[in-house]
Design a protein around this ligand. Structure first.
Ligand SMILES: Cc1ncc(CO)c(N)n1
Ligand SMILES: Cc1ncsc1CCO
Length: 217
């Protein structure tokens, strides 16, 4: 069994729960309150910048040139998506000003940056994989189950359900599987642990947007 197949089995229940979340069900039907989507977009802007830094760190720590190039391209992709958020949705929905990371966004991005800086690079690769894989699966699910008619969040849905993103996701999964082959059983277990933790944080990120999460102090 490939590492990724086993890892996905470990988070299947988290993924199913993500699909059922009110945020995603309402995004799918187009009924999600604009305020919630704006909150999500602002936090995702913060997230994508830090995510791209984590990907760049991983790129610099790869032992082989093709992987370095792949992670440089992933990092570039994250910045391109962040920029297009600013040029598109931020303008369209009047989102302005800089944003402080919410508690959950802070938790998630710092987790990724810590893994990318301090853990074995294979574990860092596993930590960022849910960002690719869960979004692909969720994007495809939402795209396939959309209702008829106009959805104000269509462009967002198309970003993650698109073929272009799909190819990057396949590449990220294949890299994790290839490096897992070179790891010991204990190291593979650490990869899976990081993958599961990031998946929980993905769940929490959507939940925090729905709740418009604030710092308690
Ligand atoms: C929180 C979060 N996770 C993953 C992605 C997709 O990379 C995203 N845009 N935002
Ligand atoms: C996972 C992800 N999300 C936005 S961009 C990206 C990586 C590809 O560049």
């Amino acid at each position: 069994m490939k590492w990724s197949e086993n890892a996905w089995d470990e988070i299947e229940n988290i993924y199913c729960s993500i699909i059922e979340m009110p945020f995603n069900q309402e995004l799918l039907s187009g009924t999600l309150l604009l305020e919630r989507f704006q909150f999500y977009m602002q936090q995702d802007g913060v997230y994508l910048v830090e995510f791209s830094r984590a990907l760049s760190l991983i790129a610099s720590r790869c032992f082989n040139h093709p992987y370095t190039l792949d992670f440089i391209r992933f990092a570039e992709g994250a910045i391109v998506v962040e920029r297009s958020l600013h040029e598109g949705y931020f303008k369209q929905f009047n989102v302005t000003g800089t944003t402080e990371a919410s508690p959950t966004c802070q938790n998630y991005t710092q987790f990724l940056l810590t893994k990318a800086s301090l853990d074995q690079v294979e574990v860092a690769m596993a930590a960022v994989l849910p960002c690719f894989w869960i979004y692909k699966k969720a994007g495809d699910y939402i795209y396939a189950n959309q209702h008829e008619g106009i959805n104000p969040y269509q462009e967002w849905i198309n970003t993650y359900a698109g073929e272009e993103f799909g190819l990057l996701v396949e590449k990220a999964i294949a890299i994790c599987d290839a490096v897992a082959e070179t790891c010991s059983a204990l190291q593979r277990e650490q990869m899976t642990k990081a993958f599961v933790m990031a998946s929980k944080l993905e769940w929490m990120f959507w939940d925090s947007a729905y709740r418009l999460e604030k710092w308690p102090v």
